[in-house]
Design a protein around this ligand. Structure first.
Ligand code: SAH
Ligand code: SF4
Length: 397
């Protein structure tokens, strides 16, 4: 069978137009940064060293102004400022939930907005970042899915969300700063707006920067990418990023998954499971997280729980199953399963030998919970009827 082409990958990233044609250094890989320096007058022989120095200022110390880069000659700093900027998304609003969750609305080029959520816990602090404005996919239970894809984020805008949160948490390290475990921002999840595997290169470059030991320096085991199941990009994620993987599984039959996660019509459950089976070996990661949103009367029966286990066992996938109580949003065509139902479902999975944590709903009062993200400026909501029609089986994906 010829390989299936991904659905809509023709979405261009529109590079940010900067004042006076200046280049933003944020988001450039080390090689690209070096090339940019050379292009704008840094002698080739010095370029490697200068790249390392500037890199550290930007990603280790959080400096945005070339004048502060005190180990560079004054004239060179001025030269840099003439050609470059160090720019990250601008925070428009910041809301803090009763439970300490913070939601930021960030403005990016073109006046678009993305939401970023910080979730503090006892032993970690997780930043949930976005990879696209909107989403091309139309999962019928997801608020973001009701918003058309506006554009892919650039690598600068993706890693910039992490830098923005570090600004807000005032966590740019001082010498001898704590390692991952004790940091306020210790983990990243790509679970905000958008499908990260439809913006692969920018997500990869941004996460490589976040992992770079001479900068933000987060271990790849503290970064989790969540995908709805873009099968051809799963092996690349293992090879080129190597972070942990979460999969929006949500249903145990193709019939139901076609309805909830329409990309299933392109790559069905069996194809998806095959791609997942080889992921841990290639990426050297421990387990894949199966995300499963609990929808009342739709996907939450005992039979579903048994089928879910059977799928995972048949393919011998090291897995944990993260049960997500459905977060309602205005016009959502589903209801959350009852607590008893969720517990019974979790128990079947647990008895079969798999971890089955129930995700705590965080930041609900500020609409920061999973699947509730949708920027205020793009709130042209589809009607419930429209959503249901689009979720129907006869819809072409
Ligand atoms: N596009 C990616 C990542 C963003 S969504 C993906 O689909 O995996 C992050 C997680 O939130 C996914 O598992 C998604 O299915 C889930 N989600 C979306 N809407 C939700 C809702 N209303 N309630 C609970 N979880 C939701
Ligand atoms: Fe897009 Fe993920 Fe929402 Fe589906 S669940 S519409 S892939 S953001």
């Amino acid at each position: 069978m010829p390989p299936k082409a991904p659905i809509t990958q023709d979405v261009m990233t529109i590079p940010r137009k900067l004042p006076e044609g200046k280049v933003n250094l944020v988001g450039l890989t080390r090689d690209a940064l070096r090339a940019a320096l050379i292009e704008h007058g840094t002698p080739e022989k010095q370029a490697k060293m200068r790249t390392g120095q500037i890199w550290q200022w930007i990603y280790q110390w959080g400096v945005r102004d070339f004048a502060e880069m005190t180990n560079l000659a004054k004239a060179y700093r001025a030269q840099l400022a003439e050609h470059f900027v160090i720019e990250i998304p601008e925070v428009v609003t910041r809301q803090v939930s009763e439970d300490g969750t913070r939601k930021y609305l960030c403005r990016i080029a073109g006046g678009h907005e993305v939401e970023v959520v910080y979730i503090p816990e006892d032993d970690r602090g997780t930043l949930c970042i976005s990879s696209q404005v909107g989403c091309t996919l139309t999962c019928s239970f997801c608020h973001t899915g009701t918003q058309k894809l506006v554009r892919n984020l650039t690598a600068a805008e993706i890693v910039g969300q992490v830098m923005m949160a570090r600004d807000d948490l005032e966590e740019w390290p001082t010498p001898g700063a704590p390692k991952d475990e004790t940091r306020l921002l210790s983990n990243i999840v790509l679970m905000g707006m958008g499908e990260p595997l439809y913006n692969f290169d920018n997500v990869r470059d941004a996460m490589k920067i976040a992992m770079d030991p001479e900068g933000i320096s987060l271990s790849r085991r503290r970064i989790t990418l969540s995908t709805s199941g873009v099968v051809p990009e799963i092996a690349r994620t293992a090879e080129e990023i190597g972070c942990l993987l979460a999969i929006s599984f949500h249903a145990t039959t193709d019939e139901t998954r076609d309805m909830l996660v329409p990309i299933n019509k392109r790559w069905n459950i069996e194809e998806l499971l095959q791609a997942l089976a080889s992921y841990p070996k290639v990426s050297n990661s421990e387990r894949i997280t199966f995300e499963y949103v609990m929808l009342d009367g739709v996907n939450d029966s005992d039979a579903d729980a048994h089928r879910l286990i059977e799928h995972i066992k048949r393919h011998n996938i090291p897995a944990k199953i993260n049960l997500i109580p459905f977060n309602e949003w205005p016009g959502a065509p589903y209801k959350r399963s009852s607590n008893n139902r969720i517990r019974a479902f979790a128990n079947i999975i647990y008895q079969a030998g798999y971890a089955s944590p129930i995700r705590k709903t965080r930041g609900e009062d500020i609409m920061a919970a999973c699947g509730q993200l949708k920027s205020a400026t793009e709130r042209a909501r589809k009607s419930r009827k429209q959503i249901e029609a689009e979720a129907g089986l006869n819809r072409e994906v």
